[in-house]
Write a protein of this length. Structure first.
Length: 160
């Protein structure tokens, strides 16, 4: 049994996504696959990227309330596991997309909002919600994202 442990750890931590030469930890592969599918559906062609690493952050690597970070110098996305473990699938998707937005799409932050009547407002003004996955707080809270996913994805993939 003990001999199996290193192999299992290797398999669970070193899976490779469809992109050439990527090193994506297995937790993040479903979201990278969604990114590729959404890129095809929204733009009509894939967003190429190769050599990208996505992994959980090392202890002490991300401080404060940072849940994820695109590190341009090493082309690595580091994700804070303590936040990740508390997130639902939509929050995880918007976090990974946010960091892919920086690293792969070259996007910067935008605090643009759109009005939603009667909406719960985590950070925006009255009846507003962030209209971009690239808002500075990373996460798009439900039900905004699900209700407006088509618009979010258009904004996300089609903004130069
Ligand atoms: Zn950001």
């Amino acid at each position: 049994m003990k001999k199996l442990i290193p192999l299992l750890l290797l398999l669970s931590s070193c899976n490779t996504s469809p992109g050439l030469g990527n090193n994506i930890q297995s937790d993040f592969i479903p979201y990278v696959n969604q990114f590729e599918a959404d890129s095809m559906a929204t733009k009509g062609y894939p967003t190429p990227f190769a050599g990208l690493t996505i992994r959980f952050a090392y202890p002490g690597e991300l401080t404060g309330e940072i849940d994820g970070q695109c590190q341009y110098s090493s082309w690595t996305i580091a994700i804070q596991s303590s936040y990740w473990s508390q997130m639902d699938a939509i929050q995880r998707k918007t976090l990974i997309y946010h960091e892919l937005g920086h690293c792969v799409l070259g996007r910067v932050h935008t605090s643009a909002t759109f009005p939603i009547q009667g909406a719960y407002t985590p950070t925006g003004g009255p009846n507003t919600a962030y209209s971009s996955i690239m808002n500075p707080y990373s996460l798009v809270y439900e039900p905004y994202f699900t209700q407006n996913e088509t618009n979010y994805l258009k904004e996300y993939f089609q903004t130069p």
